[in-house]
Design a protein around this ligand. Structure first.
Ligand code: ADP
Ligand code: MG
Length: 453
């Protein structure tokens, strides 16, 4: 097979890959690549820019290597992705620029290579924001402008913003992605150095503007004014604008009224804290990505502990894995409980939520008396309510398994673990039970409610 050129092999590989990856994925990341060189088991693929290189390297390397191995019947091949200016131009011929030419990319924003659409887990909490982000990434400037995404800390706003940015870059759209804080500093500096013209042309002559955490500019009158004009210039030219914030436009303190109304022109999409299924899927995806061996019940346990913040959810997984490594064991629920002890206590912001409060709320919801839950009766209803109480005390307070067992009729910690596991699995199939538990949570935790507008 030695005489086939790298390009011939790559063309065949692309044919295979086209079947194996989704269409948008293929178009964005693979279509504009070339087989550059194949020598000594090293296959060099030429790609249009560093973002494509990073993406492919991180996400598709093994698939590509497998495909190449099967095509060449070589026992192993290492693939590298190289940006070298020799990619197809629009007429389909190959460019001939010498290597290492400085490219326009040197001044492009660096997007986090992990923050791509493929790695974003979609659930009911973020489906709208995800779909809208994909929609505008595929058809910028024409569907909703601006797209305004808001939600609490660590729920994926920046992830979606960068995912949009990656696609824009792959399509050679000139994009700026900055935090509102950066924008403000940039503006202040431009004013100080009398370079506002430069500033204006930098932000207004682009194909797409991605602004993270816009709430920061509320009350900064001159920056708001400047942003207002930037917004108008881009919007008039059908350039896509995407804005993220921790709250909807109407709730940002001191936000200029004109800006608020602009922000409401397009689509406002919220991201809510993830439900238990989404948290579990995220943990499964991260565990798989890091190739760590961890059982489903331990993941479930972690998912139960961290509810408000996906970054902390990932952090907790890392912590449990690190703990297990430290103690040279595989991660168990007990170990996870130990590893996460003070993290979950930080989460339960309502330090005022006590086991007694939860028991009361659960009893109330099941129309029982608290003593029923704390007693020994085993009627079906009471047993269910008791399990729910165990599960919720575990979620909402810092009580240990032993303490929970104790307040609910001196039961064994393992009974508490079982009850928690059972509820976690029941709410996957029973919509009614899930609703009921959410209602109880809202009743003891009014903050969760006020997030929805
Ligand atoms: P925000 O900007 O809303 O504070 P980030 O976008 O920084 O949050 O997300 C925090 C972390 O959680 C990041 O590592 C991100 O990749 C991860 N993350 C958030 N949402 C998801 C999701 N739906 N699927 C996978 N990872 C997610
Ligand atoms: Mg962010």
């Amino acid at each position: 097979m030695g005489d086939r050129s790298a390009q011939e092999i790559w063309d065949t590989a692309l044919g295979e890959l086209q079947i194996q990856v989704s269409k948008p994925n293929y178009r964005t990341w693979l279509e504009k690549t070339l087989g550059f060189n194949y020598q000594d088991k090293e296959f060099v693929v030429s790609v249009p820019n560093t973002f494509v290189a990073e993406y492919l390297d991180k996400n598709q390397r093994s698939l590509i290597e497998k495909t190449l191995i099967s095509l060449t019947s070589s026992p192993d091949i290492k693939v590298t992705f190289q940006v070298d200016g020799r990619y197809k131009n629009s007429s389909g011929t190959y460019g001939t620029e010498p290597k290492n030419l400085p490219t326009a990319q040197t001044c492009s924003p660096r997007f986090n290579p992990d923050y791509v659409f493929d790695s974003f887990i979609v659930g009911s909490c973020n489906r709208l924001a995800y779909a809208a982000a994909q929609g505008i990434a595929q058809n910028p400037g024409h569907i909703y402008n601006p797209l305004y995404i808001y939600g609490g800390v660590g729920l994926g706003k920046t992830h979606l913003l960068h995912a949009i940015g990656h696609l824009a870059l792959a399509r050679h759209i000139q994009v700026i992605c900055v935090s509102a804080e950066h924008f403000t500093n940039d503006f202040v500096k431009a004013v100080r150095e009398r370079k506002t013209d430069e500033f204006n042309s930098k932000y207004r002559n682009i194909g797409m503007l991605l602004i993270d955490d816009i709430q920061f500019i509320g009350g900064k009158i001159q920056t708001e004014e400047s942003f207002f004009h930037t917004f108008n210039a881009l919007h008039n030219a059908n350039r896509q604008i995407v804005i993220t914030s921790d709250q909807p436009p109407k709730s940002i303190p001191l936000l200029d009224k004109r800006l608020r109304s602009r922000f409401e022109w397009g689509l406002i999409a919220d991201i809510q804290p993830p439900d238990i299924e989404t948290r579990l899927s995220i943990l499964q995806a991260k565990a798989k990505q890091r190739e760590v061996n961890i059982t489903l019940d331990v993941l479930e346990f972690i998912a139960q502990q961290i509810k408000q913040n996906i970054r902390e959810l990932e952090g907790s997984l890392n912590r449990v894995v690190a703990y297990a490594k430290l103690f040279l064991t595989s991660p168990t629920i007990e170990l996870a409980a130990q590893a996460l002890d003070n993290i979950s206590s930080k989460e339960s912001k309502g330090a005022s939520i006590t086991p007694g409060l939860v028991i009361e709320a659960v009893a109330d919801s099941f129309q029982l008396a608290p003593v029923d839950l704390q007693g020994r009766k085993r009627d079906k209803d009471i047993a269910l309510a008791r399990r729910v109480a165990m599960y919720l005390i575990r979620q909402e307070t810092n009580s240990s398994l032993a303490q929970i067992g104790q307040v609910l009729g001196d039961r064994d910690p393992s009974a508490v673990t079982n009850a928690c596991k059972r509820i976690a699995s029941d709410i996957k199939t029973s919509h009614r039970l899930r609703r009921k538990i959410l209602d109880i949570q809202e009743s003891i935790n009014p903050q969760t409610k006020s997030q929805k507008h």
